[in-house]
Design a protein around this ligand. Structure first.
Ligand code: NAD
Length: 385
């Protein structure tokens, strides 16, 4: 039975769900692998490298999916009317589909109806055993790095203090908002570049992590923020009063910053708005804001998702889509390894296929559908038609 890797067709998607390295491993596990032609190009991987790893290069999605028992994707397959190819209709019944599917009750119902066993990797539980399969962490880490590098590129001064015979250029003040996986990598990267770095978060654990990376903590703390973290490690939605107090602290700080990188997310909701239009107006011309949360609605009032905006007072806001996709070679490599680890964890050597035990915590977290029914606890109400 074969494993299929499709070319991503959604806008701004540059990544690919398998690399020559993971293809070789799947072949070693006894699978044949078909890669759709051009699947890796935007990540710098030509067909020839997949072929050298042992993959068959399929001329189109239909050929790649023909007889596939496992389908690897970055984003959800396109359905009828969503693009030039109706990928969903080409996936064989009973195939296991894995990717960042952006799962909801409606799509889970569609997968069930089509008899696809769909695994939404973004729903992976955040437990130690699952860390090496965690696509949200691997991709956020690279997004945090890339955001700072792009901020440095767009900034018309430097990050480090530059002492020259012609005089001194001061170090840049860099403020990272949200110190989860992306934010902590952004702090580390900005420090390596020589910036003077501060950061904020609402989860109490983040304060120590910020300091341990050599940045200063700036933030508002209250009785409410002591309980700001869910059991799953995510930030909770907090009260309007808390956000108002937080905004006062941020407003005073942000006016003195050259670079602001915002990464704040609240799972399952629109990203919290942390930087108002007024705060942007308080910044000096030439300052840079990078809004990594742009795809989730943005942390900055003036972000235009997918665009670089220059405000009237000369502040540039980089609100591009898909930050991990802007460093596609590395993000594809990590995403592909996350999928490989998930599959090999449950690999049955005899069957040369994964066996996903229904009672396993990881499987319960990820698997949307099985045997034509929605099985995920969050969406189980949406039964197959
Ligand atoms: P995320 O992407 O959901 O959010 C990014 C950050 O935004 C979080 O730190 C969050 O607290 C912060 N945030 C939310 N609202 C905010 C506000 N109003 N102001 C400032 N910051 C705000 O989170 P994440 O990066 O995926 O990680 C969250 C936590 O989970 C981290 O502590 C991370 O280390 C942990 N984690 C654990 C595992 C594991 O154990 N397997 C895996 C991944 C992450």
């Amino acid at each position: 039975m074969r494993l299929a890797v499709l070319k991503e067709r959604r806008p701004a998607e540059t990544r690919v769900a398998a690399t020559p390295e993971t293809v070789k491993k799947f072949i070693g596990l006894g699978r044949s692998v078909a890669v759709e032609t051009g699947a890796g190009l935007a990540s710098g991987i030509p067909d020839a490298e997949y072929a050298a790893a042992g993959a068959e290069i399929a001329p189109d999605a239909a050929a790649a999916l023909n007889g596939a028992g496992i389908v690897l994707k970055i984003r959800a397959p396109l359905g009828a009317g969503e693009g030039a190819v109706d990928e969903l209709s080409l996936i064989p019944r009973g195939a296991l589909l894995l990717g960042q599917l952006g799962a909801d009750a409606k799509t889970a119902g569609i997968y069930a109806q089509l008899g696809i066993e769909a695994g939404a990797m973004e729903l992976l539980p955040r437990i130690t055993r699952a860390q090496s399969m965690d696509i949200l962490s691997s991709q956020a880490n690279l997004a945090g790095y890339r955001a700072v590098v792009e901020a440095a590129g767009a900034f018309d001064r430097g990050f480090p203090m530059l002492m020259t015979a012609a005089g001194t250029i001061p170090a840049a003040n860099v403020f990272i908002m949200g110190a989860g996986v992306a934010g902590l990598q952004a702090i580390a990267t900005a420090r390596r570049l020589g910036g003077r770095v501060s950061a904020t978060d609402v989860r109490p654990a983040a304060k120590e992590e910020i300091r341990s990376l050599g940045a200063s903590f700036v933030g508002y703390e209250s009785e409410e923020s002591k309980q700001a973290q869910t059991a799953g490690g995510y930030a909770k939605q907090l009260s309007a009063e808390f956000y108002a107090e937080q905004a006062k602290v941020v407003a005073a700080h942000i006016a003195k910053q050259d670079i602001v990188v915002t990464t704040a997310l609240v799972q399952g909701r629109q990203a919290p708005q942390l930087v108002s239009a007024e705060m942007v107006r308080s910044m000096r011309p030439g300052s840079i804001i990078v809004d990594i949360a742009a795809d989730a609605g943005g942390n900055v009032a003036l972000t235009k998702p997918g665009e670089l905006v220059t405000t009237e007072n000369g502040v540039k806001i980089l609100g591009y889509h898909n930050w991990p996709g802007r460093i596609a070679g590395a993000s594809s490599a990590l995403f592909a390894r996350n999928l490989l680890t998930f599959l090999t964890t449950f690999w049955d050597k005899e069957a040369k296929a994964p066996k996903l035990p229904a009672e396993d915590e990881i499987v319960k977290g990820v698997l949307l559908t099985r045997g034509g029914a929605v099985v995920h606890p969050s969406f189980a109400a949406a039964k197959a038609a």
